[in-house]
Design a protein around this ligand. Structure first.
Ligand SMILES: [Ca+2]
Ligand SMILES: [Ca+2]
Ligand SMILES: [Ca+2]
Ligand SMILES: [Ca+2]
Length: 400
């Protein structure tokens, strides 16, 4: 297989409006504020409220009637989105469950010099980071410090009757890169008496926003709902949103919806970080390609472009994404590769920059990330390499 060692997140566009029987999943856009009754009076069931739009299940025989309603601007398919989880590279230092490995500094976190930030007293204390993904294993020992988990289980937009616990593993891996604890035993030090790995922002609050199910699939409208909830100050109130997912979109109404959602999140004060994609392509991948999102490519340990990484004009910044060891569901650890792994290195760095107090605006945090990133040989394709030390401290003691 082409991406044998890569986590590849792909949107599959179905050619028809197929769900079960003759029910179809759609997004109905309105000329003004959304009006549920346009759908419900025609036998439909509303799932999510979006910006001047709703996602809904309706009978295919009523579609024309809805589309022709005077208040309706468009009806598009609510596209199914899937992750494709490729065979992982093993469990690294082993362990998991009751046999937790001794703590080690992973190469990616070392590469971006986050380890120079923590001794300065900045561990991103209490900065809320949304992991919009498959959920998080909130009981993983490496999210605990003195027994207290840093994980908050937020809503499940894919299946509101279920929790946002991670039944896949991908979201827990992403979360560990952002915020696995450095001081698990609570003795005030990060060392080998602690366990597992250390995230870039080890005292951040990890908010699970589940938009993908056990097999890694969900709906476009679930992801928009996740972005909207996470960034709303009265709901998720997260300062950073990590989206290790994405794919191509062609419908202009769909692109407008995701653009509006990300723009609103930024206006709410959230830094939005997304994976550039794993197709070794310059084709835009959404949500990363939205200009207000920070699109993250992937590098290997030698600062080369990862073979799978997307590149080109929509990519903003590079981060480690090959053979990254992190937490996994069931209290375990795995080594995985992908821009799914590079984006959380940038999300963690954004949390450290917020925590540093150097800027109180999204544009200011973004400028610090971009202006301190270091040129690498592949910069012209994939951007400069994120530098957590320089972005949050202003110093350059590390190897980056
Ligand atoms: Ca280093
Ligand atoms: Ca300790
Ligand atoms: Ca740890
Ligand atoms: Ca630098």
């Amino acid at each position: 297989m082409k991406f044998s060692n890569v986590i590849c997140l792909v949107i599959f566009l179905l050619s028809g409006l197929v769900v079960t029987a003759q029910d179809v999943n759609v997004i109905v856009g309105f000329n003004g504020p959304a009006d549920d009754t346009v759908v419900t009076l025609r036998g439909g069931k509303v799932k999510h409220h979006l910006q001047n739009a709703v996602s809904a299940t309706v009978h295919s025989s009523r579609l024309d009637e809805i589309a022709n309603h005077q208040n309706v601007a468009f009806v598009i398919e609510d596209q199914p989105m899937s992750i494709v989880m490729m065979p992982p590279g093993g469990n690294g230092n082993g362990g998991g469950g009751s046999t937790q490995p001794s703590q080690a500094l992973e190469w990616g976190v070392n590469k971006i010099d986050a380890e120079f930030v923590w001794p300065n007293g900045n561990t991103s204390n209490e900065i809320r980071v949304a992991v919009i993904d498959t959920g998080i294993d909130s009981n993983h020992p490496d999210f605990k410090k003195g027994g207290i988990s840093s994980v908050i289980l937020g809503p499940n937009f894919n299946n509101p009757s279920r929790s946002s616990a991670d039944d896949n593993g991908h979201g827990t891996h992403v979360s560990g890169i952002i915020g696995a604890r450095g001081d698990n035993n609570g003795d005030g030090a990060f060392n080998s008496s602690d366990i597992g790995v250390i995230g870039v922002a080890p005292d951040s609050v990890l908010v699970a926003v589940k938009v993908l199910n056990k097999s890694g699939s969900g709906w476009f409208s679930d992801i928009i709902s996740g972005i909207n909830w996470a960034s709303n100050p009265a709901q998720g109130n997260c300062k950073v949103l990590n989206l290790s997912l994405g794919g191509s979109l062609t419908d202009p109404n769909a692109i407008a919806l995701i653009t509006s959602s990300v723009d609103n999140a930024v206006a709410n004060g959230s830094v939005v970080v997304a994976s550039a994609g794993n197709s070794n392509s310059s084709a835009p991948s959404y949500p990363a390609a939205v200009s207000s999102a920070i699109s993250v490519s992937a590098t290997d340990i030698n600062n080369n472009k990862a073979s799978f990484s997307n590149y080109g004009s929509t990519v903003d910044i590079a981060a480690p994404g090959v053979n990254i060891r992190s937490t996994y569901k069931g209290g375990s650890y795995k080594v995985l590769s992908g821009t799914s792994m590079s984006a959380p290195h940038v999300s963690g760095t954004a949390a450290l920059v917020w925590s540093s107090g150097q800027s109180s605006t999204v544009s200011g945090v973004r400028a610090l990330l971009m202006n301190t990133a270091d040129p690498i040989p592949a910069s012209s394709l994939i951007g400069n390499l994120v530098d957590a030390e320089e972005a949050s401290l202003g110093t350059q003691n590390g190897n980056n």
